[in-house]
Design a protein around this ligand. Structure first.
Ligand code: GLU
Length: 509
């Protein structure tokens, strides 16, 4: 049987990075086994519907390259893929369970339900529930006569359909990640499956859809593990073969203290969403990885390793490699701590792998926004030098001094402070000598500049640390950056000479 997996988000807000990871693991598993990756929108709970959330989910997955084979947007053989579009389909399944005596109608009013809970609490029951014991004392088709049930239904009384959970049964299933899960049915209440307003609850819709969509593996977040025994019971009630379950570990806050939740937003200094999001009600804005300048490949690579590893030290993996190596057996049981610094590191690695010409085009665009014009060739050359120290394309803007003309010490208090700290009058003759040599160089190449520099150090018996920072501050106006011989060659002799002369003048009383 070919593998069919699904990502089943509820459109209740933006996609949290944990959701993207669930989609990713489903995607990788499907690709690895030559199966299909489906997307189903679970919107049975209309009260939690958030406008724009479905589009957001679609756009996020597209940005990450996790495009489903079947979805509300492209269709497929088992559609529709949005539960609100399948509304008419669930009633017959609820009826089927009633016919099989696996479910029953319940007519209790909210007041009656409250009274039942109060009664049980007073009797010392910690978690009162509608279950195999309490249903005996409630208003349902098990306690009412067949005629009364019929009459209530025909007169249009409000009702719900509840699962008839067996009183003494052991529910067991083997989770691919967690191993055997065994729960006694006494701990499961008679969950509502269907309501008289015609809508199924999440549990019924989820099971019916997974069955009809021929899902073979349910790969989802750990928060659904407590529902899994109930789901197993529903499969058994129908007499359907159930899919295999794999419950993924939680993603934890960087300090390991609790789950990284949607509410963490930007509070901890990093985004928890893939794309920017503005809450349609409160107007509150949250930032996304895309807009922060992350590459989707880096984001995906980081997420893949948040709860799984290939069993080697390999960290940088393309989606093709991930597909090759991924397996559910290696997914960890314990929560995975999110590491924002590591996430930056991934981006840095992916940025370095980008061709200089591509980074050059991006840099060119950013420079233009800052009113700096240059050629693509020059931007490419500069990008090649700047990328080693950049995490994001934006970081390369640190190198604007490569494109402007004039001393970088002018109107630059930071550079002047640095210079004041480092300047020693003994550096002056060395810089002067270097300047002369540069003026006389036949070829103004990094290698030639470097040997001139080394000659100066030798002749003046000075250490690199006494001269290099001054040379750097004079020419680049900053203490860190790409190699100065490369920088000088890119700037050209005239510009370098001019900046060094200006620097000397600046330092002399
Ligand atoms: N609709 C559920 C969610 O929003 C999906 C649960 C499942 O994958 O079975 O997470």
């Amino acid at each position: 049987m070919s593998v069919r997996v699904r990502f089943a988000p509820s459109p209740t807000g933006p996609l949290h990075m944990g959701g993207v990871r669930t989609a990713l693991y489903n995607y990788l598993f499907a690709r690895k086994h030559g199966g299909q990756f489906l997307l189903r929108i679970e919107d049975t709970d209309q009260t939690r519907f958030v406008p724009g959330a479905e589009d957001y989910i679609k756009e996020s997955l597209e940005w990450c390259g996790l495009v489903p084979d079947e979805s509300p947007w492209v269709g497929g053989p088992d559609g529709p893929y949005r539960q609100s579009d399948r509304k008419g389909l669930y009633k017959q399944y609820a009826d089927e369970l009633i016919a099989k005596d696996k479910a029953y109608y319940a007519f209790d009013t909210p007041e009656e339900l409250d009274a039942m809970r109060e009664r049980l609490k007073a009797a010392g029951v910690a978690a009162p529930a509608y279950n195999a014991v309490t249903r005996e004392h409630m208003k349902n088709s098990l306690t009412l006569s067949a005629d009364e049930t019929k009459e209530r239904l025909s007169r249009g009384d409000e009702y719900v359909i509840r699962l008839k959970v067996p009183r003494h049964a052991e529910v067991r299933f083997e989770d691919i990640i967690r191993g055997w899960v065994v729960v006694h049915s006494a701990n499961i209440d008679d969950k509502v499956l269907f309501k008289s307003d015609g809508m199924p609850t999440y549990h019924l819709a989820n099971i019916v859809d997974d069955h009809l969509m021929r899902i073979t593996h349910v790969i989802r977040g750990e928060e659904w593990l407590p529902s899994a025994p109930l789901h197993v019971l529903i499969y058994e009630a129908f007499g359907w073969e159930r899919p295999q379950f794999a419950h993924l570990p939680l993603i934890l806050k960087p300090d390991g203290n609790g789950k990284l939740s949607k509410r963490d937003g930007d509070r901890l200094g990093f985004p928890v969403f893939s794309l920017n999001w503005t809450d349609p009600v409160s107007g509150e804005k949250s930032s996304g990885y895309r807009e922060r300048g992350y590459y989707p490949e880096a984001f995906i690579n980081m997420l893949a390793l948040l709860g799984w590893n290939p069993g080697t030290d390999q960290e940088i993996m393309s989606i093709a490699q991930l597909t090759d190596l991924f397996d559910l057996e290696r997914v960890h049981k314990g929560g995975a701590k999110f590491d924002p610094e590591k996430t930056k590191w991934f981006n840095q690695q992916y940025l370095r792998m980008r061709p200089d010409a591509e980074l050059g085009s991006q840099l060119l665009e950013k420079l233009l926004m800052h009113g700096i014009e240059t050629s693509h060739a020059r931007a490419t050359h500069a990008a090649g030098l700047l990328k080693e120290r950049a995490t994001f394309v934006d970081d390369m803007l640190e190198g604007t001094y490569l494109f402007t003309s004039g001393s970088p010490l002018i109107d630059n208090p930071t550079a002047n402070e640095e210079l004041a700290k480092r300047w020693k009058p003994e550096a002056a003759p060395a810089i002067e000598d270097f300047l002369l040599k540069l003026e006389r160089l036949r070829e103004f190449t990094p290698a030639a500049i470097e040997s001139a520099f080394n000659e100066v150090l030798r002749e003046k018996s000075m250490k690199i640390g006494q001269v290099m920072p001054i040379y750097r501050l004079f020419v680049a106006g900053r203490i860190q950056g790409p190699g100065m011989f490369d920088v000088s060659a890119l700037l050209g002799r005239d510009e370098v000479v001019m900046r060094m002369k200006a620097g000397l003048q600046h330092c002399r009383p």
